[in-house]
Design a binder for this molecule. Structure first.
Ligand code: EPZ
Length: 420
């Protein structure tokens, strides 16, 4: 079993091109089956979650092939409408196939999705949206059996701007007669990616990025090409790394506007952040100060996925910072592992108080989930001595190669078998 070995105390300097977005590409891969055609997904990141999507596509009868970092998906031979439990449990995003299969086949049978354990993650809003479009859904026995002889356009009002429920509603609405309207839709940049890809296939989706999205359904769709944008959470993770370690870094091929809340927090902590065109640069002396309370919120609020990285960056800051996790009930599982390295974090429900310490020390720590795992790596980069991070299957879900990227910026980090 491989582990990451991190030697702390190095400044981070240099340039990096950020990988394609996990949360951008996953709904795009599900959307390929809404048409019967050939799709080309460029800048597709090599992640275990992408592999899980490919496994589902292949199970459904589609052909997939890699061409460098482009994934070719041919959905013309799709001949199934069910996804086995084992494939569903691999990740949370498997549920996004529900709306897509329903739009394509008029029926779908899936079990409940898996994914990071961040507290309860119900799919009631997904199912309510599909029912609003006329789907009949039988939830008995842990399997979701959905059927719609005809999907009919509807006005869908989401109780909260769920990213996944918005994506599922858009995909199912592509197969509905008439124009659907989704109110209180999620505004995350990933919705704009999905809209761009669907429209490249001949769909008519409007409004992504705002809280009202319209979908003109039942249009003849064809194959399409899409280039996945840079991963804003990977970008945020590495910005936090450089902020905490000190250094001078520049990322290319990014949309800096997507991270304004994260860069504002890092500037408040003492970093200099400049951005121009598709580039963002950060300079830090590596001595951060505590900042005002960080409250996670739906986009454009502070992203919950960047909370663990920012927390890790502030572990040695001067003063205390309060975090309020408003999206997920249980997203501080990394705190106990960070405490093994000498961090001082008090957690009470959705609130965590990080009190900066003079120094961290290396330790053997376990990733608890995707972003929590990355936070442990960031703490290791600051710690005295060596940190060994295990359970990398969590990190591999969203980071193509964290050791490659951080080494390119001058970090002492190596991925290798444990026993050597
Ligand atoms: C997406 O998850 C992201 N995943 C998550 O990133 C991210 O944390 C989350 O959005 C919030 O930004 C992908 O895009 C693949 P939600 P999703 O539906 O769609 C509740 C990462 O680290 N809810 O917006 O699952 C839910 O429990 C991952 O990359 C319901 O109650 O998130 C949560 O509290 C982790 N009922 C809140 O809404 C529903 O039917 C937001 O969830 C749906 C959601």
């Amino acid at each position: 079993m491989q582990e990451l070995f991190v030697e702390g105390g190095r400044r981070l300097c240099g340039e990096l091109t950020i990988q394609g977005s996990k949360n951008g590409v996953l709904p795009v891969l599900a959307a390929t089956i809404v048409c019967a055609g050939e799709c080309r997904i460029e800048n597709c990141p090599r992640l275990s979650d992408v592999d899980a999507s490919v496994a589902i596509l292949r199970h459904l009868g589609c052909h997939t092939q890699w061409e460098g970092n482009a994934l070719l998906v041919d959905t013309r031979q799709m001949d199934r409408a069910e996804v086995p439990d084992a494939l569903m449990r691999e990740m949370r995003s498997s549920v996004i196939f529900l709306g897509a299969i329903l739009a394509r086949q008029g029926e779908a049978a899936l079990s409940y999705p898996g994914g990071c354990e961040l507290g309860p993650r119900p799919i009631d809003m997904h199912l309510a949206a599909l029912r609003a479009l006329g789907a009949e859904i039988d939830e008995r026995g842990g399997t979701l059996r959905c059927r719609a002889d005809v999907l009919t356009a509807a006005e869908i009002v989401l109780p909260l701007p769920s990213v996944g429920a918005t994506e599922n509603a858009i995909l199912a609405a592509c197969g509905a007669e008439g124009t659907s309207v989704i109110y209180n839709a999620a505004r995350e940049p990933e919705l704009a990616e999905l809209q761009a890809f669907l429209n490249a296939m001949g769909a008519e989706v409007r409004g992504a990025g705002s809280s009202v999205i319209t979908v003109a359904g039942k249009r003849q769709l064809h194959g399409g090409t899409h280039r996945v944008g840079a991963d804003r959470i990977v970008e945020a993770t590495y910005l936090c790394a450089a902020a905490a370690c000190g250094g001078d870094i520049r990322f290319k091929g990014v949309d800096y506007r997507q991270l304004s809340t994260v860069t504002a927090a890092l500037e408040e902590a003492g970093c200099a952040v400049t951005s121009e065109g598709e580039q963002i640069s950060l300079r830090s002396a590596g001595v951060l100060r505590a900042i005002r309370p960080v409250r996670t919120a739906p986009y454009p609020g502070f992203p919950t996925d960047a909370q663990p990285a920012l927390m890790a960056a502030l572990l040695c800051s001067t003063g205390s910072t309060v975090f309020v996790e408003n999206i997920f009930e249980n997203r501080y599982r990394h705190a106990d592992e960070l405490a093994r390295m000498g961090a001082e974090i008090r957690v009470a429900g959705r609130v965590a108080v990080v009190s900066g310490v003079k120094a961290l020390h290396g330790a053997a720590v376990k990733s608890t989930d995707l972003r929590g795992g990355a936070a442990l790596v960031l703490a290791g980069l600051q710690a005295e001595g060596e940190t060994c991070v295990s359970q990398l299957e969590h990190i591999d879900r969203g980071y193509e190669d964290v050791a490659r990227d951080l080494s390119a910026l001058g970090a002492q980090i190596e991925r290798r078998e444990k026993d050597r």
